[in-house]
Design a protein around this ligand. Structure first.
Ligand code: UDP
Length: 373
């Protein structure tokens, strides 16, 4: 008999399991995959190199409570993420900053004021951008939009930026300085030894039982007598796709093509983005050793290809934020809110493009809301 049942052992599930175990509740975690950690899962491949099965995960946060919480389960080392993008044959930093503009346009801007003037001349001002295209045009103007965002977004989402919410393109800031960090959060750290170890520590409690290789939908009729159930999978799957007959609730999936090279490093940076169609269909190449700091004579890279999510065939990664999907999600959400003692939490169940820290925050806040009543 378990007090709490958690479906999924990713950030949301592990956080709720850990929190309830701390109240001496007996917790059952059911995980379809053969490992914990959700999409943060990392492991040593056959060459002994630490890689992330589901792509790079760079933790960054401004939430003090999240930072305090994750520090309970790992030592964290400082890592500020930087990304380069291949534009017209050269590598330029993204987010767009002074160096980006100087390199792409052969300029010599030096000051914030010069950069602000440059942006002012090129931006298409828009107080209230209605979609990703308008958002990017308002931030960087037409030329940089076309060179760095338009086609990358098409590769990533298989949609034109105009068919996505502004929030997708607004994830990437524009800087009027030389600051080329991908994130500007106060805390930018990675867990020593990797994320899987962190999840092991979170879940390694006598009150938590983890059942791997178990699909909730195969065992749900056996689960009885619990006080609360937390579901972290795709919300439409929970309701057997009942509202999706004409239009599916969309998620993007990813296909990783892995290569190990007999050399210490393959590329100069952890992540290089390929926004142009001339470079192939992959969006980016990730080289893990740059951020794991592992010393090894070989190196493993992955090329990321975005694909449609097909339930049962591949994994859902990204909800696709746009008005149609939001409307459909709201129908499921309405249904979900009628259920007692069943809670939907996380990127797939809340259908929100959460960053890692937001996933922790959301789960911690839900726990506080439920248990401080
Ligand atoms: N994006 C882009 N060009 C880039 C990087 C990002 O157009 O070089 C756009 C693209 O639409 C992408 C979104 O910005 O989906 C968010 O990028 P982010 O790096 O946050 O995506 P994630 O790391 O979550 O896949």
């Amino acid at each position: 008999m378990f007090d709490i049942v958690v479906i999924g052992a990713g950030i949301s599930g592990a956080t709720l399991a850990e929190r309830y175990a701390s109240l001496d509740k007996k917790v059952l975690v059911i995980e379809k995959r053969d490992h914990i950690g959700g999409n943060c899962y990392d492991f040593y491949n056959q060459d002994g190199i630490l890689i992330s099965k589901y792509g790079a995960h760079l933790f960054h946060t401004n939430y003090e409570d999240v930072w305090e919480y994750v520090n309970r389960f790992a030592d964290w080392y400082f890592y500020e993420h930087r990304v380069l993008a291949k534009v017209d044959g050269q590598l330029v930093p993204i987010p767009v900053n002074i160096t980006t503009v100087n390199k792409v346009f052969g300029l010599k801007l030096k000051t914030e004021q010069e950069m602000k003037q440059w942006l002012k001349k090129h931006q298409l001002p828009n107080q209230n951008p209605k979609n990703g295209e308008e958002a990017a045009l308002a931030r960087v103007g037409k030329v940089l939009y076309e060179k760095m965002f338009k086609n990358y977004t098409k590769k990533q989402w298989h949609k034109d930026p105009s068919a996505l919410d502004a929030s997708v393109l607004n994830r990437i800031p524009v800087r009027t300085t030389f600051d080329d960090r991908y994130f500007s959060d106060k805390y930018q750290y990675l867990p020593t030894g990797g994320y899987t170890k962190l999840f092991e520590k979170m879940l390694d409690r006598p009150h938590i039982t983890v059942r791997l290789n178990t699909d909730y939908f195969d065992v749900k009729n056996e689960l009885k007598g619990y006080q609360k159930l937390f579901f972290t999978g795709p919300i439409d799957r929970f309701f057997e796709f009942k509202y999706s007959l004409e239009h599916q609730l969309e998620y993007r999936s990813l296909n990783f093509v892995w290569e190990t090279h007999d050399q210490e490093f393959y590329q100069q940076n952890a992540v290089i983005n390929y926004p142009s169609s001339v470079d192939g269909d992959f969006t980016r190449i990730v080289e893990y050793k740059h951020f794991t700091k592992q010393k090894h004579p070989k190196t493993t890279i992955s090329k990321e290809y975005s694909t449609d999510y097909i339930p049962g065939e591949n994994e859902p990664y990204y909800p696709v934020p746009n008005p149609q999907n939001r409307a459909l999600y709201e129908k499921y959400q309405q249904e979900a809110s009628q259920l007692t003692d069943i809670y939907f939490v996380g990127r797939l169940a809340n259908y929100k493009y959460f960053n890692m820290d937001e996933a922790f925050k959301n789960a911690l806040d839900l726990f506080t809301r439920l248990e401080e009543k």
